[in-house]
Design a protein around this ligand. Structure first.
Ligand SMILES: Cc1cc2nc3c(=O)[nH]c(=O)nc-3n(C[C@H](O)[C@H](O)[C@H](O)COP(=O)(O)O)c2cc1C
Length: 220
């Protein structure tokens, strides 16, 4: 599949089969991930491949639990629902949509690794550059995975409040941030387009493109 088609067809995949992914394929994906541009050449990143079954299971449990907390905060409660009922709904919803994370054959952790190569006055900007660079690396991986028929989903929010637990599962030092992680595996089918609720929120691309001056958008 060509790059533009793979970019168009990449989707957040939240349903996986247990079909294995071989090591050569994973290596290929990691190598293209790490070809991404990196601000100041700092390479403040690493990628971890988690194949070990017990660790994968623990990561999936953590992510599904985290998703429950996320949905409890981000989705409005049903009319009249008590906080406890809403939290229970959120937990069950996360289980319902993400349960197959427990069978995905691989997890890839995109890690932000401090390199301490920015002087004090550049540290804040450098941190942003490092995060952006890690995002570029993971996007390379997401698109390349799609091109060869594998699913991924950028995941940052679902592990956000459980990073120490995640560090413990895979032995990460305290200063290494598992900022963006993903299952990697074969979906039963790739989602076609966005889910209706997300699609409704999507701003038409013409409203986001400004020609020469701010406000001169393609829809104006
Ligand atoms: C920075 C970032 C963080 C995200 N975090 C999560 C996450 O924690 N959990 C999740 O299921 N999806 C997450 N997503 C996926 C988005 O929900 C998804 O990309 C968006 O709904 C658009 O769908 P698409 O990827 O199929 O185009 C994240 C995406 C981005 C770019």
């Amino acid at each position: 599949m060509q790059a533009i088609e793979a970019i168009r067809k990449r989707r957040a995949v939240r349903t996986y089969t247990d079909h294995p992914v071989d090591d050569a394929t994973i290596d290929q994906l990691l190598r293209v991930a790490l070809l991404a541009p990196t601000g100041s050449g700092s390479q403040a990143w690493s990628v971890m491949v988690v194949r070990d079954a017990a660790r994968r299971r623990s990561i999936a449990d953590l992510v599904i639990e985290g998703a429950g907390h996320y949905f409890a905060v981000m989705r409005p409660p049903a009319p009249g629902a008590t906080p406890e009922a809403h939290a229970q709904w959120a937990h069950e919803y996360a289980e319902a949509i993400l349960a197959s994370y427990r069978v995905a054959p691989v997890w890839i952790l995109g890690l932000l690794v401090p390199r301490n190569n920015y002087p004090e006055s550049m540290r804040e900007g450098g941190h942003i550059d490092d995060l952006l660079s890690l995002g570029f690396a993971m996007e390379n991986l997401f698109v390349a995975a799609r091109a060869i028929g594998l699913g991924t989903v950028p995941t940052t929010a679902f592990q956000r409040f459980e990073k120490d637990r995640l560090r413990t599962i895979v032995g990460l030092p305290a200063d290494v941030d598992p900022a963006i992680i993903t299952p990697l595996g074969t979906p039963p089918a790739f989602p076609e387009g966005l889910p209706p609720a997300i699609k409704k929120m999507r701003r038409p691309w013409r409203t986001l493109v400004h020609d020469d001056t701010w406000g001169n958008t393609r829809d104006s």
